[in-house]
Design a protein around this ligand. Structure first.
Ligand SMILES: NC(=O)C1=CN([C@@H]2O[C@H](COP(=O)(O)OP(=O)(O)OC[C@H]3O[C@@H](n4cnc5c(N)ncnc54)[C@H](OP(=O)(O)O)[C@@H]3O)[C@@H](O)[C@H]2O)C=CC1
Ligand SMILES: CC[C@](O)(C(C)=O)C(=O)O
Ligand SMILES: [Mg+2]
Ligand SMILES: [Mg+2]
Length: 337
């Protein structure tokens, strides 16, 4: 199945420049969208509750910060960039009562629409602009004159203009410099959850921690294990990012390439592939979404326990020490890029 890919020349920035945009939330994605929209000449205000620790960061950037309800009332395009588990409450309390004919509700990820946690009325456009990268890099790439690819999707289109609006929004945050692909809320949600759970985050962190454990438990120095399984991973992935797996294999030794070809499938076995299929099934049938919403409602006991265990893993201590000696590596994450 071929996809449609759009670039800057396909987007009409004046469409988004003619709207009043409210960005609800000013975290990883929120700050990136808000600052880049503003830099692209868009009229932006931020919606955050009183007492939110993000308020000061947004105000330091000269952005106008209102309550989520006030920002939604003032705007005609509301981009919801609060945590997925909180969005349904913000929508019910602050957004829905302020919706007018012709307004648009935007999302950075399809979770709440795909799993029907939010059901917008028929008289508003519902669309998505989902960057395929962490928000702090979305902003950093924009500032550097580059862009992170985005997915766009339209769920409701009473205006008949929702796709052009989403494309203009994606262009305003730099996405159309890299490529904007049209998809659906269903496809974005399911592939995004699968990617972050199985490969990008869950798969990679488990692979790195396990490799570190195998080496250090066998008596090798933690510093050598860290460089081998974590630090060098970026350098290998950079080659894959630039030229695919083939370019990475061109650059490594033939000894490494033979080990890659023959041992890789012994690590990622058919059982691992079966496990990935089960994880995808739990995303498709809603099991993961119900579990995550329930975990959040219960105060996140399991999340907090696992998060703390991850922070205590010995690889973190070794990494802190080594990164401290490489000033160019330990770049602080900021909301200003
Ligand atoms: N992180 C990423 O790079 C990516 C995220 N996404 C999607 O973007 C969305 C936002 O995620 P992310 O940027 O990670 O979120 P973060 O957790 O980084 O930030 C959430 C923001 O929402 C604010 N917030 C919390 N409660 C409320 C509320 N009741 N009303 C208004 N604002 C509130 C937080 O403020 P406070 O400081 O007070 O907590 C914070 O500013 C999600 O849908 C996510 O799936 C999509 C692609 C990548
Ligand atoms: C990979 C994680 C992500 O999907 C992202 C940065 O794209 C997220 O939800 O944060
Ligand atoms: Mg993602
Ligand atoms: Mg995600």
């Amino acid at each position: 199945m071929s996809v449609e890919i759009f670039y800057d020349d396909d987007a009409d920035l004046s469409i988004i420049q003619g709207r009043k945009v409210a960005v609800i939330g000013y975290g990883s994605q929120g700050h990136a969208h808000a600052l880049s929209l503003r830099d692209s000449g868009v009229d932006v205000r931020i919606g955050l509750p009183e007492g939110s620790k993000s308020r000061a960061k947004a105000e330091e950037e000269g952005l106008r910060v209102l309550s989520p309800g006030e920002a939604s009332a003032e705007a005609d395009l509301i981009m919801i960039l609060a945590p997925d588990t909180k969005q349904r409450f913000i929508y019910a309390e602050d957004i829905e009562p302020n919706l007018k004919d012709g307004d648009a509700i935007f999302f950075g990820h399809g979770f709440n629409i795909r799993y029907e946690l939010i059901k917008p009325p028929a008289n508003v456009d519902v669309a998505m602009v989902a960057p395929k990268g962490p928000g702090h890099l979305v902003r950093r790439q924009f500032v550097d004159g580059k862009g992170v690819p985005c997915l766009i999707a339209v769920e409701q289109d009473p205006s008949g203009n929702a796709q052009a609006l989403a494309l203009a929004y994606a262009a305003a945050i730099g996405g159309a410099r890299a490529g904007v692909i049209k998809t659906t809320f269903k496809e974005e949600t399911e592939t995004d959850l699968f990617g972050e759970q199985s490969v990008l985050c869950g798969g990679t962190t488990a692979l790195v921690q396990t490799g570190f454990e195998v080496l250090t438990e066998a008596g090798y120095a933690p510093e050598i294990a860290y460089f081998e399984v974590l630090h060098e991973l970026k350098l290998i992935v950079d080659l894959m990012y630039e030229g695919g797996i083939a370019r990475m294999r061109y650059s490594i030794s033939d000894t490494a390439e033979y080990g890659d070809l023959t041992r890789g499938p012994r690590v990622i076995t058919p059982e691992v592939k079966e496990s990935m299929r089960r994880i995808l099934g739990e995303i498709q049938d809603g099991t993961f979404a119900r579990e995550w919403v329930g975990e959040d409602e219960a105060g996140r006991p399991n999340f907090t326990k696992l998060q703390a265990a991850g922070e205590q893993h010995p690889i973190e201590e070794t990494g802190r020490k080594l990164r401290g000696l490489m000033s160019w590596v330990d770049r602080p994450i900021t909301e200003t890029a």
